[in-house]
Design a protein around this ligand. Structure first.
Ligand SMILES: Cc1cc2nc3c(=O)[nH]c(=O)nc-3n(C[C@H](O)[C@H](O)[C@H](O)COP(=O)(O)OP(=O)(O)OC[C@H]3O[C@@H](n4cnc5c(N)ncnc54)[C@H](O)[C@@H]3O)c2cc1C
Length: 417
């Protein structure tokens, strides 16, 4: 069935994550008469930045997706199967039925999934960070000899492991990774994080996990451990969609977009969020990090450019300057790392309840600003632009390594708002 409507503009957003929801809301703000369709399988809003809170037992996903999408918009609850970029036709599968829609503008925001750990005949639970079954690891009982192992020492791994260590007790949770925990933080923030981990009895081991076989964790080299359960937080894997469509992609499968976030050689198609490979500053600059702090501005920007294109105006380049990275340490503690515009940490950081509350305020803002925009239909959500400067940024083990190796563009292990 081909659904067409030429009287009003039709905009389609594929993916209802941080980027997609923001794109849909901004499209509605800018064009109140348009038909806006969001294709997204989930019926509830998943706030991934609060995932550790779900594991901590003080949050559940319960906000209906409809409350986060534009009023008078359509939620096609299903999967996009193809996009004909030449004719701007989106094909989706909804309840087993194939639907097609011709659009005046399309935002592709299909995001990423947490990377799991390879397992062979596993006799223990092995999960990727955001699989719904992950909550099962909370109920398990672990010992010092067969601990719950969280793999990945990025900020997501730290947040999840500290919450689980507090739940299960000293020594029963181990954080494993090939880098020191929080290696992208300043020296002082790193030291605070390590001290907190020791305080809650969260063990740490350096190593590269290869797979789980039976109840054993195999590391690169000869080392192997018995484990009670394994939770993978070792980075994210972007949606394979861009690659499957034959669009230009980088080694991680992210769509290589122009500085405006447009899909090259197409009109009216923009990519936003984790699926977009876009550089800060110029083509030599680092890639924007995968984070909700990036996805929301990108979604908004993509929507603005669709409206500009529809009005015959030139699309503008995307620009975002980072301000902070936050890491929650349990419910009432944390680290708030101030960063330069290019996301490198400065020596300045906050800790304790002040950091925890600031992170909470930022997370609320990621919900409240779009909610206000939805309600008022004025452009409420804003962000800082990138400022190129050799500022007070600090050298860290991570950014030293990243800057030395251009191949390590996958900064996925350290999301933060
Ligand atoms: C456990 C965890 C914790 C994190 N914590 C933080 C944090 O504290 N701070 C931070 O800034 N970032 C954090 N991140 C990263 C952050 O969540 C991502 O960078 C962000 O979600 C990217 O937003 P997005 O809109 O691009 O993609 P996503 O949020 O991944 O949304 C993509 C959407 O597309 C949908 N989709 C996928 N395939 C299809 C299809 N074929 N058809 C239709 N819909 C489809 C999915 O259902 C999903 O809703 C975390 C990530 C994880 C996994």
């Amino acid at each position: 069935m081909l659904i067409q409507n030429k009287k009003q503009k039709s905009y389609v957003v594929v993916g209802g994550g941080y980027a997609g929801r923001m794109a849909a809301l901004r499209l509605r703000t800018r064009d109140r008469a348009a038909r806006i369709v969001v294709v997204e399988p989930s019926s509830v809003v998943v706030e991934r930045a609060r995932y550790h809170e779900v594991l901590g037992g003080w949050r559940q996903w319960k906000i209906p997706m409809a409350q986060a999408l534009p009023r008078d918009g359509e939620h096609w609850q299903g999967w996009v199967e193809a996009i004909d970029a030449t004719n701007r036709v989106v094909t989706a599968r909804i309840d087993g039925e194939v639907r097609r829609i011709e659009a005046d503008g399309i935002v592709v925001a299909l995001g990423s999934r947490a990377r799991g750990i390879e397992s062979i005949d596993a006799k223990i639970p092995v999960f990727g960070a955001e699989e719904p079954e992950t909550a099962g690891v909370v109920g398990g009982s672990y010992t010092k000899d067969a601990p719950l192992v969280v793999v990945g020492t990025g900020l997501t791994g730290i947040e999840i492991a500290t919450v689980l260590a507090q739940r299960h007790g000293a020594g029963r949770v181990v954080l494993v990774g090939s880098e020191e925990p929080g290696s992208g933080l300043s020296e002082g923030a790193r030291a605070y994080t390590r001290a907190f981990m020791e305080r809650v009895g969260l063990r740490f081991a350096l190593g590269r996990v290869e797979r789980v076989e039976g109840d054993t964790l195999f590391f690169a080299g000869d080392e192997r451990w018995r484990a009670g359960a394994v939770l993978g937080c070792a980075g994210f894997r972007v949606s394979p969609f861009a690659k499957e469509m034959g669009w230009p992609v980088d080694a991680q499968g992210r769509a290589l977009v122009t500085p405006t976030l447009a899909l090259p050689n197409t009109e009216g198609i923009f990519v936003a969020g984790d699926l977009a490979a876009c550089h800060q500053g110029n083509a030599q600059g680092p890639l924007y990090r995968s984070a909700c702090a990036t996805a929301m501005p990108m979604g908004c920007h993509a929507a603005e450019q669709i409206i500009r294109s529809a009005q015959g105006q030139k699309a503008l380049p995307f620009s975002l300057g980072y301000l902070v990275q936050c890491v929650a340490l349990g419910r009432r503690d944390g680290v708030l790392q101030f960063v330069a515009s290019d996301d490198r940490p400065t020596p300045r950081f906050w800790t304790g309840w002040r950091a925890a509350w600031t992170k909470e305020a930022i997370l609320r803002m990621t919900w409240q600003a779009p909610a206000l925009e939805r309600c008022l239909r004025v452009p409420v959500f804003r962000w800082a632009s990138y400022q190129a400067s050799e500022s007070k940024a600090e050298q860290t083990p991570q950014n030293k390594a990243e800057r030395m190796s251009e191949s390590k563009t996958d900064g996925h292990t350290k999301p933060a708002v």
